[in-house]
Design a protein around this ligand. Sequence first.
Ligand code: PHE
Length: 357
Amino acid sequence: MPDLSLNDLDDHVRSVLEEIARLSTIDELVEREPTLLGKRSELQQLQRSLGSLELDERKTAGAAIQEARRTLEDALAKKRAVLAKDERAKALERDRLDLGDVVVTNVVLPLSTGHEGAITLTQRALEDVFVGMGFTVSEGPEVESDWYNFEALNIPPAHPARGLWDTFYVDLGSPETVLLRTHTSPTQVRLMESAVSQNALPIHSVMPGRCYRRDTPDARHLSTFHQIEGLVVDRGITFGDLAGIIETFTKAYFGPAIESRLRPGYFPFTEPSAEFEITCTICGGKGCRTCSQTGWIELGGCGMLDPAVLLAVGIDPDEWGGFAFGFGIDRCAQMRHEIGDLRALIENDARFLRQFS
Ligand code: PHE
């Protein structure tokens, strides 16, 4: 006779369910399964003993055993799923801890963000100085027509002065009519035109931007470079105002030890014209290789607006006058940060670029 009798079936099922609930690992479950439900289980023995019963009894007993088996199989399957899930989670946890003391969620990656480059920073600083003196900031296009870059600035076609600006032409329209601007001066033409059409004179504005010339790059020249142009159109303006603005700017941007000077120069759009120089910041004016032993560095050009330029944009030169100046932003950065060779600005050497962060 089996230990288990049909009368004890419910109690048996309950106690096996409790045992299943106590199983704590898959290994344990696999080991206990044959005695709980499989070949060596009491339920199996009971089943085998049914043969000695009458047919009717056998049927009812068989159904009861079948139901008990299904309940236990169900409980075992659920337990197996729960244990498997736990063990997977534990394995993941173990793998994470295998990394030693590093807490994965708190790892700080050595990412750094970018920053503005030397030219942008210099441009901003220059704008600040001029805004402080009452100028506004304006911008114009880098691809220009011959009219804005040359003709309106009193440089007609084939004028020998065009040789001062070795020009990149753009393959658009008739030959040599569209170009990459060689200086920021076309922006002053645009500004004067729009001031005239909006009846918005006087003008006190600076115009920074990128320019292009067919120059071979060297320590002091790049074929893509930056200028900042200044334009004043007002009544009763004198050369003294121009010189005063240049000197005030020089001291404000380079500091009190640096001086400015104007030397006679030539530009077709200004009369008289001057070249604008400052004390060489590398040697403090004593003379060095950078300033070719002169103690001075040329920064740009300037002059009183030529009446022909005012007439070209429809401004009456008898009523209005003014001056313009233009100089290199790259050259300013070079002087202020003592950059020996301007080409460093375009070589993308991170060690150089990081110095401006
Ligand atoms: N546009 C001139 C240049 O690039 C500089 C300049 C600007 C001169 C304004 C006079 C007045 O050489």
